[in-house]
Design a protein around this ligand. Structure first.
Ligand code: CUA
Length: 155
């Protein structure tokens, strides 16, 4: 094997090694730390959101733990105002009644799509009292820029 070939082979092995490291790191975080993307918890009929999503329900499942069923539609969120005590751990279940919307809580890492026919979910702990703005961050039509809501975390 000439020297050039050996050099090529060394770099090829390095590239494969780095790829395997990345795949390994992702596998470990999924298996051990439960890393998951906030998507596709279940399917739902987007025309008939008559279950939990009809009234935009907020449920206290155990002390300090809440579930919020939130639907996005042109051009508002239901519910558009959520009041909870500080220290609440909230699991959001998010869907859409019409087109693709976004659900982003400004200043947090909560950021996902609201898809018609699908329920996405993410859990977030609100430890700091204050007002948290949530917005639609997927262009969804003429009223996209007014599509927002507020979470009030009371002391
Ligand atoms: Cu809803 Cu943009």
């Amino acid at each position: 094997m000439d020297e050039e070939m050996a050099y090529e082979l060394r770099w090829a092995k390095t590239a494969v090694g780095i790829s395997l490291l990345i795949i390994g790191a992702i596998t470990i975080t999924i298996a051990i730390f439960g890393l998951d993307i906030p998507t596709h918890r279940e399917k739902i009929d987007p025309i008939d959101l008559s279950t939990d999503f009809a009234e935009g329900r907020i449920i206290e499942v155990s002390p300090g733990k809440f579930e919020v069923y939130l639907s996005a539609g042109q051009f508002n969120f239901n519910p558009s105002r959520i009041s909870l005590p500080a220290g609440s751990e909230v699991t959001f279940f998010v869907t859409s009644s019409d087109v693709i919307h976004g659900f982003q809580i400004v200043g947090t890492n909560v950021n996902m799509m609201a898809l018609p026919g699908h329920v996405n979910s993410i859990t977030y702990g609100f430890y700091e009292p204050g007002e948290y703005l949530y917005v639609c961050n997927e262009y969804c039509g003429q009223g996209h820029h007014v599509m927002s809501g507020t979470i009030i975390i009371e002391d």
